[in-house]
Structure formats: C-alpha cells, structure tokens
Ligand binder design. Structure first.
Ligand SMILES: Cc1cc2nc3c(=O)[nH]c(=O)nc-3n(C[C@H](O)[C@H](O)[C@H](O)COP(=O)(O)OP(=O)(O)OC[C@H]3O[C@@H](n4cnc5c(N)ncnc54)[C@H](O)[C@@H]3O)c2cc1C
Length: 441
C-alpha cells in the first residue's frame, strides 16, 4: 500500500495532504502541536494564521490576488474554507481565524485517507513512498538539525535578513549609473547617487523612522544577525558612508567624480526585473520604508515589490537543493513545501503546498511531476526560489517575478493587468494540457 508522510499541518501541509488524500492515496499527517507548540502558534488547529487574519488582496492586479486566482484554478482547500469564513475587510480576503482553522482541521481529521499523528517528527521518515516537509518558519530544533544533514548545513538558514526590492521598471536611471566597485565585474550594479544634501535629509529621516517591535523569541537573532540599516545609522553620521552607502571605488561617468554617497541596486533574478537595495536589511515599519527609501532620488517613484525585514525564519537555500518540482535534488522522494522553501506568507506557502500535493499524485500515477510555467505567479515564484543564485532570501508573490510582456507598456496598472491576464490564461491552458483534474468544493 502506497503511503505518503506529510510533516507539519500548517497551511502548506494541509493543502498537500488534502490533494494527495482526495486523489485516493493514504497520508500520515504529522503535527507536533499541541504537545509541542511553536513560539508563534497559539492553538492546536491546522493551518493556523499566526498573526494577521488577512490572506491579502482579492485584486488580480496584486501579486497575492493573482496567486489566489491561480490557486482557485488548482482547487485550493485553504481558499475554499477562507471564502466560507471570510470577514469584511475591504478589498482583502480576511478570515475568522478560529473558524477557518477549525474547519480545515475537521476536514483533514475526518478524511478517510488521512491519518493524523500528533507527534513531533525528529527524524525524516524514509520508510514512506514520498515525504513532504512543510514545517514552516518555526520548524522544531531536532528536525532542523535533520534537514541540515539532508541539505548540507550551509543550506539551511535560521533567520532572514531581507533588504527591500524594487520593480526594475520603476527606477529612475537618470539619477545614477551602472558599474561595479573598482570596475571589477560585468557592471551589474546600478548605483543610485546622493549628493551631500540628499544624504543629510535621508540620514535624518532614517534616524526618525519607526521600527517594528521585536518578538521575544527573535531578540537573540537580531543581535547575532546582520544589522538593520537604521542601527548602522545610529552609530554615527559617517558610518553608512563607510558601510552600505560607501562611494569608494565608484566613479560617476556623468561627472568623472566619486559621488558623495550611493545605494547599490543588485539584480535579484536573471531577467533583471527585480533589483534589491544592497545591505539595506531593516526593521523599519513598511510605510516608513517606502517614505524614507523614496528619498533616494533614483527611487522617488519606485514600486517596492518586497519590503525589508529581519525575522526568525527557518528556510532552505532552495536554489541549491530543490528542483522546480519542489523535489529534493539529492532524494526526489522528499519534497519541500511552504515557507521553508523560501517563499513568504500565508498565500505563497499554501500555493506551494498544492504544488507538492499535485506532484506527488502525478508521480504515484506514474506521470512526470509538473513544472508550472514562469508566466504564472506560482510558476514565477517557484522559478525564483529554485533558480541558481548566491543567496536566497524569502520572496513574496509580485509582478516583477513574471517575465516582461512582449510589448513595453509604460502604465504600471495596465502592465499588471496584462501580465495577470496572461498568467491566468497560461495556467488554464497548462492545466488542460497536463490533464490535471481538480476538486471543486
Ligand atoms: C511571528 C510570525 C508572524 C507572521 N505574520 C504573518 C502575516 O501577518 N501574514 C502572512 O502572510 N504571513 C505571516 N507569517 C508567515 C506565515 O506564518 C507563514 O508564511 C505560513 O504560516 C507558512 O506556512 P507553512 O505551512 O509553511 O508553515 P506553518 O503554517 O508554520 O506550519 C508548519 C507546521 O509545522 C509544525 N511543525 C514544526 N516542526 C514540526 C515537527 N518537527 N514535527 C511536526 N510538526 C512540526 C508546526 O507546528 C506548524 O503547525 C508570520 C510568521 C511568523 C513566525
């Protein structure tokens, strides 16, 4: 008898288990709560939303909205239950968190093909046909050690230090220049230039910026981890000029001189559609980041597709160890899903859970696992986390992950609308072509 183990009944593990069980295969679903709680979860329920009760915008012109539309096409359990227990929240899908999680728990606990085992998994159970590891950002210590052994110790991170990322199409390239320090490299950095006056204004606002309070369990990480940009600034007015904003080794070809200060933007993907602010990891509140970082002249009208943060977060370097099917390269019977793969947030985590579930079903049916097209939000996200790069920091769904349109469209809203249309059409024809049958509730 074929058997699959899913470790972790969070958002991703719930989606994966449901897909596999609905296809008629038996699942042992391991969840350590309530016997052992994480520092953020408060209930014994599956798919608990640990902080905000919002699953983001309905609007398909947003990364999260488009991903949700695709998840509906893929038959998402999380979304069908969220729709049932939604609470008014303007343009966002917010849920009654307790009823939402209770219902998912009840559906999975009562499913004839799911056997729930309330135990902490300390060793990866290799006696199953397939295993999904979906233990999330707060994976227990013992299992983290096992994952480290499985992936190689340098490929499991225990916290993220995210610098903001902008949509490359929204940068004002007249306010800086491309080039590497000391002209070493292939000119991949864009250097946003600041004059002394511009730096002064930026610096003063950075010091005033409001920060996100740290959770107790994050405090240690914060001091060990790389310092947020605002903390570097607090050490003195010159410190940034010797750190992430140093101009040394850079000559502005427009003036032939070294600028007073620079902020370097680095390509985050091969297509160059995403640029991140090098060394700008931060704990500033999101609206403050937008206000302050837009004082950098080249970023005055920039769209921030991801804002900076520093969190406790267990995640693997998927770009080194995972295939775009979410299988582990070194053992394709093991799949990873959820935030542990380097995606970020409730919706992206759930979506990768669906993909892991579909792929296990495909393999059990003797078919090839799928690689979702890059033109879709799910495909773009998975492509991002599994494409070779030096270091992976978590990524949320956003439009800059999608390949550019054939025609250049200046208007941001129109551009997103067309990319969203292309994504949905691509997903529909892909599912049809692959004959992926979906359950609708
Ligand atoms: C403090 C905090 C606040 C957050 N706020 C938000 C927010 O506002 N909005 C948002 O979109 N995202 C937020 N996130 C991120 C969000 O929680 C994750 O994106 C999402 O829950 C990930 O889903 P997952 O299924 O990968 O992991 P989880 O939902 O965390 O599920 C993992 C499950 O695995 C279980 N588990 C762990 N180790 C073991 C083990 N060894 N054996 C058995 N079971 C185990 C856990 O108990 C848990 O139930 C926050 C995260 C944290 C930590």
């Amino acid at each position: 008898m074929v058997k699959v183990a899913v470790i972790g009944a969070g958002l991703a593990g719930s989606e994966a288990s449901f897909k596999i069980a609905e296809a008629g295969y038996e699942v042992d679903l391991f969840e350590m709560r309530p016997k052992k709680m994480t520092p953020a979860h408060k209930t014994p329920y599956f798919a608990e939303v640990v902080c905000s009760n919002s699953l983001g915008s309905f609007e398909v012109g947003t990364g999260s909205g488009l991903l949700k539309e695709e998840m509906r096409l893929l038959g998402s359990l999380v979304l069908s239950v969220a729709d049932k227990y939604k609470v008014p929240a303007g343009g966002a899908l917010a849920v009654d968190r307790v009823k939402f999680s209770q219902e998912i728990t009840s559906i999975l606990e009562n499913h004839p093909n799911i056997n729930v085992i309330r135990e902490e998994v300390k060793q990866i159970p290799l006696n199953y046909d397939y295993v999904v590891i979906a233990t999330g950002p707060l994976t227990s210590e013992d299992l983290s050690r096992e994952i480290q052994k499985l992936t190689g110790s340098e490929y499991l991170y225990f916290y993220d230090a995210i610098a903001p990322t902008v949509d490359a199409e929204t940068v004002d390239y007249s306010k800086g220049f491309w080039g590497d320090r000391y002209s070493k490299g292939s000119g991949d950095y864009f250097n946003c230039v600041l004059t002394e006056e511009e730096y002064e204004i930026f610096y003063n606002e950075l010091l005033k910026g409001e920060q996100v309070p740290l959770k107790d369990f994050e405090r240690a990480v914060y001091f060990e981890g790389c310092l947020p940009i605002e903390e570097i600034a607090r050490r003195g007015k010159q410190t940034l000029l010797y750190g992430p904003m140093k101009p040394v080794g850079l000559i502005d070809p427009r003036t032939g001189k070294q600028p007073f200060a620079v902020v370097q933007l680095r390509k985050e993907n091969l297509e160059g559609t995403l640029l991140s602010l090098v060394g700008f990891q931060t704990k500033l509140k999101y609206p403050e980041q937008k206000r302050i970082f837009r004082l950098i002249p080249a970023l005055k009208d920039a769209t921030f597709v991801r804002l900076g943060s520093i969190h406790r977060n267990t995640f693997i370097q998927s770009q080194k160890v995972l295939l775009p099917t979410l299988q582990l390269k070194s053992n394709p019977k093991i799949l990873f899903a959820g935030q542990i793969t380097g995606v970020e947030g409730y919706v992206a985590s759930s979506a990768t859970g669906i993909l892991a579930g579909i792929n296990i079903v495909r393999m059990l049916e003797g078919k090839e696992p799928i690689i979702v097209p890059k033109e879709t939000m799910l495909g773009g996200l998975v492509n991002y986390i599994t494409t070779e790069k030096e270091e992976l920091q978590p990524m949320n769904p956003n439009f800059a992950l999608l390949p550019p349109l054939d025609k250049k469209i200046k208007d941001k809203r129109k551009r997103k609308e067309l990319k969203a249309k292309r994504a949905i059409e691509t997903m529909k024809s892909f599912l049809e072509k692959e004959k992926i049958l979906l359950q609708v509730h």
